[in-house]
Write a protein that binds this ligand. Structure first.
Ligand code: UD1
Ligand code: UDP
Length: 353
């Protein structure tokens, strides 16, 4: 059978890598990049290092407001699906690329398959929450990473077939952890000692597009007694410059460009604590046994909080400072996201199409 996979944003290249490897063992795959992310360090670097083929096509959509960006992707993807005539369209996560592909595919012949289905933050202010809910309700096949995600989908009465598959990001981390330990030189490059620094990321619109929240977060991070490394998303750099706080942040934090996946896995593996508003990073920290402080009010990855590995602190400076200082490894670690074989399970389930 023929599978058309749609990716566009950084976390989707990482999620697609193990699935593409598994899908290509038995199926034909056409990989389409929407062009949502386009900087070398937000896109190309991942294809080079994850051992997945270059995209067959890049729609080159780039950055824009939600409506214009999603609309341009929708038009381009409809054309691609008509041209390629696949049996299934495979989409990942909750970005505008996901939504555009879901809307295009669900009105055409191929089955729509959603990887990372059933996640809910229950915060309708997040564009990602809208994208994931709409995609789940359009999908024919829903691949849910946890038992809670399966329950969420059943509670909403989605029309498609729901499968608990485990989380493909766990597969990705298992593939990367030892490779990163063997090959990444990022600790030396940045002059970091394992276990003695904080790794931070910030890019969520609710944090970057609010000057008070962004300043509160950066201040709290800078006041930690340890070195704080922040590989900054281009959106965050733009906002810091716009608000006139870039120079201060650069002085007080170790600001870097975004790094490749193996380097980032290594940085998470060796950090004493991770501070983030990313979805994927919360989970990766958990997989890599590093405590996490999440600078959001809610999370769709609640299992990590319930297990004691992740704390929600919002953009409250005092809570960030306090929890960074006290975060520690939890005594036990459950395995709510499967056994690291989600990609093979998904490739097998695509046979049902
Ligand atoms: C998107 C996703 C978000 C995901 C994140 C992963 C949506 C609505 N949001 O957010 O769910 O967590 O990707 O990183 O789809 N930019 C560049 N170079 C790039 C890419 C972006 O400079 O290669 C800048 C542009 O100014 C752009 C801004 O970043 O306007 C935001 O990019 P966009 O793709 O719209 O959203 P993200 O914040 O990256
Ligand atoms: N990541 C990376 N380099 C970085 C920051 C993050 O490779 O400098 C990876 C990280 O390992 C994870 C993914 O990007 O797999 C998370 O993407 P992001 O935080 O952009 O998006 P989200 O998961 O919040 O949608």
């Amino acid at each position: 059978m023929k599978v058309l996979t749609v990716v566009g944003a950084r976390p989707q290249f990482i999620k697609a890598a193990p699935v593409s490897r598994a899908v290509r063992r038995t199926h034909e795959e056409v990989l389409v990049h929407t062009g949502q992310h386009y900087d070398e360090e937000m896109s190309d670097v991942f294809f080079d290092e994850l051992g997945i083929p270059e995209p067959d096509d890049n729609l080159g959509v780039g950055s824009d407001d939600h409506g214009a960006q999603t609309a341009e992707m929708l038009v381009g993807l409809e054309g691609k699906i008509a041209e390629e005539d696949p049996d299934a369209v495979l989409v990942y996560g909750d970005t505008n690329s996901t939504l555009a592909a879901a809307v295009a595919a669900s009105k055409m012949d191929p089955a729509l398959a959603h990887v990372e289905a059933g996640l809910r933050s229950y915060n309708r202010e997040m564009p990602e929450e809208i994208n994931r809910v709409l995609t789940d309700h359009a999908a024919d096949l829903l691949f849910a990473p946890s038992a809670r995600a399966v329950e969420n989908l059943r509670a909403e009465g989605v029309a498609g077939a729901v499968h608990g598959t485990g989380d493909v990001m766990y597969d990705a981390v298992l593939w990367a952890r030892d490779r990163a330990a063997d090959h990444s030189t990022v600790l030396d490059d940045l002059g970091l000692a394992a276990g003695e620094y904080v790794l931070a990321t910030v890019h969520r619109a609710a944090n970057t597009d609010d000057p008070d929240r962004l300043a509160a977060i950066l201040d709290a991070l800078a006041e930690d007694s340890r070195e704080v490394v922040l590989p900054a998303h281009p959106r965050t750099v733009e906002r810091m410059e716009e608000y006139g706080i870039y120079d201060d942040a650069e002085t007080r934090l170790t600001l870097t460009d975004p790094v490749g996946y193996l380097d980032f896995v290594r940085l998470q593996d060796c950090a004493e604590v991770v501070a983030t508003d990313s979805g994927g990073v919360q989970k990766e920290a958990f997989f890599l046994d590093t405590p996490c402080v999440t600078m959001r009010e809610e999370t769709e990855w609640r299992e990590t909080v319930e297990a004691g590995w992740n704390t929600l602190v919002g953009a409250d400076g005092d809570a960030i400072r306090r929890n960074l200082a006290t975060a520690e490894v939890a005594p036990d670690k459950p395995r709510p996201y499967g056994d690291g074989n989600a990609a093979a399970t998904i490739a097998g389930l695509l046979d049902d199409v």
